[in-house]
Design a protein around this ligand. Structure first.
Ligand SMILES: Nc1ncnc2c1ncn2[C@@H]1O[C@H](COP(=O)(O)OP(=O)(O)OP(=O)(O)O)[C@@H](O)[C@H]1O
Ligand SMILES: [Mg+2]
Length: 285
């Protein structure tokens, strides 16, 4: 047991890409409402509890809800940074269990028009933030609109969330196809949410991995299943993440296991040569 704990601490310590860059993981889906935001927030908390230093960025430009699920009302957000009104460090707020958060804002649409001075400032600030951030989790909107795709393709890894429903699986495949057509090297993790039992989760994973391999030549990695658990919607209503209020619930245990799976995989991101922000600006321009 002690050995296991020590091994985990070693894995967590400096869990970055081999070139010492912060891991950047975009969470996306084909169908909406499949659980991306709950997954992002609670995964972030699970990672923080394991000793990693995560930063959660809400990049859902339409329906930002990270702050709602956390019951927080940050005064400033990513929009203020892009408009040049605030520095990145000014908009980071402290959430539960040491999870740091950047809320979304409408100004994010203007990322493409960032002026040189603000851009320079952002790059400097991001370099500073990378020093104390192991993993950045980016919660995006559903359905790969242009702006979502830019965040996804700039990331070093992607988590595609689906449910076992055939419509959600079909839409997840659609997203994987778009990602693969732009970047075959981008590692893709699969999460099946709201499963009624393990067999249902395994079946969804099997279907998606098989067709992705056969038709797209993409190897998907399984991050995990999350059971359908009434605690999730209860936690949303109470604006208290279940990883805080009910860490031992079925959903809580699943997220804890997913965080461990993520931390023990060190291979992702090895192909990256530029930083996330550089790639993001490049995509938006
Ligand atoms: N594992 C689960 N068990 C039960 N209910 C769940 C589970 N995961 C999510 N839900 C329910 O689904 C709702 C939608 O979840 P969430 O907001 O995380 O989805 P989303 O993919 O981020 O949606 P959007 O596409 O609108 O951004 C939650 O409010 C919750 O009620
Ligand atoms: Mg959401």
């Amino acid at each position: 047991m002690a050995d296991q704990a020590e091994r985990l601490r070693e894995i967590v310590r400096g869990n970055k890409y081999p070139n010492n860059q912060t891991r950047v993981i975009a969470v996306t889906s084909g169908k909406g409402g499949v659980g991306k935001t709950n997954c992002s927030v609670n995964l972030g908390i699970a990672l923080a509890k394991l000793g990693a230093r995560p930063l959660l960025v809400d990049a859902d430009l339409g329906l930002a809800n990270v702050d709602v699920i956390l019951g927080m009302m940050p005064q400033y957000n990513l929009g203020h940074v892009i408009l040049g009104e605030k520095r990145i460090s000014d908009v980071i707020v402290n959430g539960p269990a040491g999870l740091r958060i950047i809320a979304s804002g409408s100004g994010v649409y203007k990322l493409a028009n960032l002026n040189e001075k603000t851009l320079e400032q952002c790059l400097q600030d991001l370099n500073e933030i990378e020093k104390y951030t192991d993993i950045m989790i980016i919660d995006t909107g559903a359905g790969l609109s242009k702006s979502v795709l830019q965040f996804v393709l700039a990331a070093g890894e992607v988590i595609v969330v689906t449910t076992p429903e055939p419509t959600a699986i079909t839409d997840a495949y659609g997203v994987i196809k778009v990602i693969a057509s732009s970047d075959l090297n981008l590692p893709i993790w699969l999460v099946v949410n709201m499963v009624r039992n393990e067999a249902e989760g395994a079946q969804a994973i099997e279907r998606l991995t098989t067709v992705s391999k056969r038709f797209l030549g993409v190897e998907l990695a399984t991050l995990g299943y999350i059971p359908y658990d009434p605690i999730v919607s209860k936690a949303v209503k109470e604006q208290q993440p279940f990883m805080i209020s009910h860490p031992r619930s079925m959903a809580g245990q699943a997220l804890n296991q997913m965080a461990r799976n993520l931390l023990s995989d060190g291979m992702a991101g090895t192909h990256l040569t530029t930083s996330f922000f550089d790639r993001l600006i490049e995509k938006f321009r």
